[in-house]
Design a protein around this ligand. Structure first.
Ligand SMILES: Cc1ncc(COP(=O)(O)O)c(C=O)c1O
Length: 460
């Protein structure tokens, strides 16, 4: 095999991919008759594949990650400079970018105080789970160890985080799972599951309390929720939900863990999704947008109160967080994250996210008038979903195959969009959009025009 990279002839790259790469989330039979898609270059909102075709990326790298867009030389330079000076040392020691980014991050998170570096969203969530468990052992003889998670939420791909996975199709065939994780009902008002809900937000939160009472409040240590559910169908919380959730956590002394792996660092138009709802979390985890994919970095952030629990008694040799993440000591992540944050501030990208998010929502609402197949449009900032239904009265979900056909049609037009897939049996029917925070009005219109055309072609 020719290992020399030749950007004008990618035949060898395609061959090597076909022969040796195992792609994520892919049934590889699909590649029997076609070449694997290889993305070669990115600039701003656009990427080019190995055939030279240009695409506008409405999902920030496929999985809502590249918040500041592609081709940011200043981030690349910051990472390069840092790597040459000092690339890695285990995080039992500090680093210059690690300390600086921790300070900058905490400035954006009033009430929070300590940053623990890891290398993926799953791993950041595992750290919070481990802390809940260790606190249970330290304070409650191990009893208050259960962790609640919500139907439709996703927290990662490890067995531990899948134990907190609310998406049955993602979880199928990988069990058995870790004991001590308990599901609470979803809060998608469009799919109101309560006959008696005059106030859906309160009812959906009260359902959490019902689970706590059923399990026994003295057994429940943590509640892990996405601020806006991402892969489970872009579920924005109903009115009053979060206030009530916070009350419930306080009432039963349950640590509130907000999974900001998708929403964190600007996606919803605030630094963090939870900041839209006035919540005071005990743990916040983040990953994708922290360095926009320019380097791997994830963080588990907690309060001084939690931190103190692991510090208070140094006569006990077990009284500290006995955990390590090797790549949590990489300096490329925080170096990239510092520059990523500077870009968001200097370019006013939070404001832009709000403005462009409104535009995207308005465009999709306008499409609702034209396409009966759109049953619901929901979102926050540049994080928007459109649920497709074959009948607006019965809300019968559109078949996953046809939803996939809309995504494929957009791709053929050079527009990358996403959809819930193989996550929720019968409910993989939501188109997902999360363009970079730099999106312009023209970009947003191009994306919604493409969806309009695709819906017409697939559904008539
Ligand atoms: C809400 C949420 N949490 C956690 C994760 C897991 O992150 P990672 O893939 O970096 O492990 C994801 C990934 O999509 C996610 O959407």
């Amino acid at each position: 095999m020719n290992t020399q990279f030749n950007s004008n002839d990618l035949t060898a790259v395609v061959e090597a991919d076909r022969a040796h790469l195992w792609h994520h989330l892919m049934q590889h039979k699909a590649l029997d008759g076609t070449d694997p898609r290889i993305i070669v270059e990115g600039r701003g909102m656009r990427v080019w594949d190995a055939t030279g075709k240009e695409h506008i990326d409405a999902v920030s790298g496929g999985v809502w990650t590249v918040n500041v867009g592609y081709g940011r030389e200043s981030i690349a330079n910051a990472v390069r400079d840092q790597l040459v000076q000092m690339n890695f040392f285990a995080n039992s020691a500090g680093s210059i970018p690690g300390s600086i980014f921790a300070g900058k991050l905490i400035d954006k998170m009033p009430g929070m105080s300590r940053v623990y570096y890891t290398n993926s969203g799953s791993e950041a969530n595992e750290k919070a789970f481990k802390m809940v468990r260790q606190i249970a052992h330290k304070r409650y003889g191990g009893k208050k160890h259960k962790i609640l998670f919500r139907e439709r939420d996703y927290h990662g791909s490890t067995i531990g985080t899948m134990s907190a996975g609310g998406q049955p199709e993602r979880n199928a065939q990988y069990g058995p799972y870790t004991p001590g994780f308990v599901q609470v009902p979803h809060c998608l008002e469009y799919r109101n599951q309560y006959d008696d809900a005059s106030d859906y937000g309160i009812r959906a939160a009260d359902a959490i309390e019902e689970v706590i009472l059923r399990e026994g409040p003295d057994t429940v240590g943590g509640l892990c929720l996405e601020p806006v559910t991402a892969g489970g169908g872009v579920i924005t919380p109903p009115e009053g939900y979060w206030e009530r959730v916070q009350e419930i956590c306080k009432k039963y002394d349950i640590l509130l863990h907000i999974d900001e792996v998708v929403c964190g660092i600007g996606r919803t138009g605030t630094w963090f999704g939870y900041q839209n709802y006035g919540i005071k979390p005990d743990f916040v985890t983040m990953a994708k947008g922290v360095a926009s994919g320019y380097a791997a970095i994830a963080c588990m952030v907690t309060t001084e109160e939690v931190f103190e629990m692991f510090k208070s008694d140094d006569t006990d040799p077990m009284n500290y967080f006995r955990d390590i993440s090797t790549f949590g000591g990489c300096t490329a992540g925080p170096a990239a994250a510092i520059e990523n944050m500077r870009i968001i501030e200097d370019e006013g990208l939070l404001d832009n996210t709000l403005k462009m998010g409104d535009r995207l929502m308005n465009n999709l609402h306008a499409l609702m008038d034209k396409h009966k197949i759109i049953g619901d449009v929901r979102g926050k900032g540049l994080f928007v979903g459109a649920e497709l239904v074959t009948d607006r009265t019965t809300k019968e979900p559109a078949p996953e195959k046809q939803v996939g056909a809309v995504v494929a049609d957009c791709m053929a037009q050079g527009i990358v969009i996403g959809a819930t897939n193989r996550s929720l049996p019968g409910f993989n029917n939501t188109l997902c959009l999360s363009p970079a925070l730099i999106a312009t009005a023209d970009d947003i219109d191009q994306i919604s025009d493409g969806i309009d055309k695709a819906l017409t072609r697939v559904f008539g």
